[in-house]
Ligand binder design. Structure first.
Ligand SMILES: Nc1ncnc2c1ncn2[C@@H]1O[C@H](COP(=O)(O)OP(=O)(O)O)[C@@H](O)[C@H]1O
Ligand SMILES: [Mg+2]
Length: 231
């Protein structure tokens, strides 16, 4: 699903490498928990996988395609077709209702649209929302929902259209433990329907036991090891 070799990344404004990852692999359908303290590069790593940040060198293969070889527009399309991204702050569109927020990715990807198929769009949205417990709010503005409900809308938006990979950036940090655990279990139930892989990053390890595999970014990232030793 994901194959990384000799990935090096730094921001143009900085002289230090943020990511130096000799090797990282993830299997199809696997659910990985990746942890590390704030500032260690978790978001940067997800953005490299999503093709939002371009590495200096290395191979970043997703579903057999090397994203580093793609043009900017090819990367955008590949992300829209193959991935679902759950942002730390959800990034819901405030002037759209719940249903409109959830179906938004179908307008950016004909592949996702085809997988859901126009006739079944409402049915699919309702099915996902029923499982997540947000079906009563479909026509409500997202601004009227609680944080927990907004998080479920963000998850529904990421999962619709059967992406092969979900990237989740600490989307549970605003919830208490019971709600976080329940959220992960619901997300996994949806992912298991189509063998969707999940890469979930967090600074808080309390949820790691729910995943197939848990590892720290320090374990795979040489540059952050250097930082750690320097502390
Ligand atoms: N756009 C950017 N430009 C320059 N440096 C950045 C940028 N975004 C993040 N950084 C730096 O990269 C490092 C990793 O940040 P980040 O990936 O956000 O960490 P995490 O998600 O683990 O908290 C931090 O030192 C941060 O200050
Ligand atoms: Mg982050």
């Amino acid at each position: 699903m994901i194959k990384i070799e000799n990935l090096k990344f730094k921001y143009p404004s900085s002289s230090q490498l943020i990511l130096d990852i000799p090797k990282f692999q993830m299997k199809k359908g696997e659910k990985i928990f990746l942890y590390g303290p704030s500032g260690c590069g978790k978001t940067t790593f997800l953005e490299v996988l999503a093709g939002i940040n371009s590495p200096l060198e290395g191979i970043v293969e997703i579903s057999g395609c090397d994203v580093t070889k793609m043009s900017a527009s090819e990367k955008d399309q590949f992300r829209a077709d193959q991935m679902g991204y759950i942002f730390q702050s959800f990034n819901l569109i405030p002037y759209l209702n719940v249903q409109e927020n959830i179906t938004l990715p179908l307008y950016f990807s004909s592949k996702k649209r085809t997988r859901v198929s126009a006739a079944n769009e409402n049915k699919k949205t309702t099915e996902i929302c029923k499982l997540l417990g947000i079906e009563p709010y479909l026509t409500q503005p997202v601004t009227e929902l609680s944080v927990g409900q907004q998080q479920r809308v963000a998850a529904a938006r990421a999962i619709i259209g059967q992406p092969s990979l979900i990237l989740a950036d600490e989307p549970t940090s605003a919830l208490d433990f019971n709600h976080r655990e329940k959220f992960i279990k619901l997300l996994f139930a949806l992912c298991n329907q189509h063998q969707t892989s999940v890469l979930f990053v967090s600074h808080d390890r309390t949820l790691e036991k729910l995943f197939d595999r848990s590892l720290s970014l320090h374990e795979i990232n040489i540059s952050s090891k250097v930082d750690e030793d320097a502390l």
